[in-house]
Design a protein around this ligand. Structure first.
Ligand code: LMR
Length: 399
């Protein structure tokens, strides 16, 4: 019966992780998937999460019942405070519908299914390039997808003019997926001044912004990284925001995130929440409990929340230090080449000027794993693996 089922070519990111695990070389370096590693090369358990686990320890002998479809109430509220600010008028007015989701991907899926059900004519627009799974998730939900120009390989930054020119042509009602900070895969972000131009344009064109936020606090501060979302609230716009806690709480396997939909008023938000619940029920019924409990304990405790903010700030600072070191060492080794873009790009990733063949060479000859698109995970670098990585990059760049 299943004879006609074809072999999938595999996911461009997750297949590399499998290849990396199989690689027997001791000196191999994983700069492919978006995992934050500490200076010792370990994916850390955050101290705030360890403390949260201690508080959960006396509950191990009680069974966990199903969470409601929308997730843990206190977690959902903490998420709104973190994204929009405790004093946000929209939060206080109750005009944001938030559901707990299975990481950021789960939030995208729930958002995509919901949008396609209510606005079947709407297409999706993503940046060129974007995280591959954006296209897969929305296409899977039934969307036709298009790209708007975004990354300029010549400068390593955003081609903002071309981006706006395209957005001016997008039909009203279409969905535009945007990265509020730490663009994946390029690290090229819009400045606040550029958001200030783009937001009125999106509003005037009556487009539906869908912000995907997976790295809040790793680009700049926790507040600065949600500038776009808060500016959209101030502009009185309705929009969707998916957020993931995988990286910033180092809770990858717990699959914890949220989808928030900012509405015009509380009554609409209530109706919308009822439909998000239906969408969750049809997909996986209700979300898992552990990740929500952990994040909830941290965000709702002053002391643990302060500790978490410090830990996120330290992660961001370490990534920036690695960018600086990579820039210095590559510029010394290859004085004719300009690596300034490494310093301007932000967050976990940088798009380096490498061809798929060069990426293959890095992997095959040197055990340095990066995506074939040229995306390099800066958060996988440390003082120890930097010299061999620089050697490998210098060899590949100079031949
Ligand atoms: C990435 O882009 O590497 C991460 O978001 C992990 C993933 O699932 O692709």
């Amino acid at each position: 019966m299943f004879h006609s089922v074809e072999q999938s070519p595999g996911d461009p990111i997750l297949s590399l992780v499998e290849d990396f695990k199989r690689d027997k070389r001791a000196e191999k370096v994983n700069l492919s998937i978006g995992l934050y590693y500490d200076e010792a090369g370990q994916v850390p358990q955050l101290a705030c999460i360890r403390k949260a686990y201690e508080r959960l320890a006396n509950t191990w002998d009680k069974p966990e019942l199903y969470l409601p479809m929308e997730g843990l109430a206190s977690y959902r509220q903490a998420v709104q405070h973190m994204l929009f600010g405790e004093e946000s008028e929209a939060v206080k007015a109750g005009r944001i519908a938030t559901v707990q989701t299975l990481g950021g991907s789960g939030a995208l899926k729930i958002g995509a299914d919901f949008l396609h059900r209510y606005f079947p004519q709407a297409d999706l627009w993503v940046s060129r390039p974007t995280w591959e799974n954006h296209i897969a998730i929305f296409a899977g939900a039934g969307f036709t997808t298009h790209e708007y120009p975004y990354f300029d390989p010549k400068t390593g930054g955003v081609d903002f003019e071309a981006m706006c020119a395209c957005i001016r042509q997008i039909p009203a009602g279409d969905v535009v997926l945007l990265h509020p900070c730490c663009h994946n895969p390029t690290g090229a972000d819009l400045s606040e001044a550029q958001w200030d131009v783009l937001i009125p344009l999106l509003k005037e064109r009556r487009l539906v912004p869908f912000l995907d936020l997976a790295y809040q606090g790793l680009g700049s501060t926790l507040e600065a990284d949600v500038y776009a979302a808060r500016a959209m609230v101030k502009a009185g716009m309705a929009f969707l925001l998916s957020n993931s806690f995988s990286k910033v709480f180092s809770l990858y396997g717990d699959r914890i995130g949220a989808l928030s939909v900012v509405c015009q008023d509380e009554e609409t938000a209530e109706r919308l929440l009822s439909q998000l619940k239906v969408t969750v029920r049809r997909n996986y019924s209700s979300p898992p409990v552990r990740g929500a409990q952990l994040v909830n304990i941290v965000l709702n405790d002053k002391e643990l929340a302060r500790l978490w903010r410090e830990e996120v700030a330290a992660m961001g600072a370490r990534i920036r230090a690695m960018r600086q070191s990579l820039h210095t060492q590559l510029s010394t080794r290859l004085p004719g080449q300009d690596f300034q873009y490494l310093l301007a790009q932000r967050g976990m990733f940088s798009m380096m000027k490498l061809t798929p063949a060069q990426a293959d060479r890095l992997r095959e000859e040197y055990g340095v794993y990066i995506l074939r698109s040229g995306r390099v995970c800066m958060a996988g670098l440390n003082e120890q693996n930097l010299p061999p990585v620089v050697n490998a990059l210098a060899a590949v760049f100079s031949t």
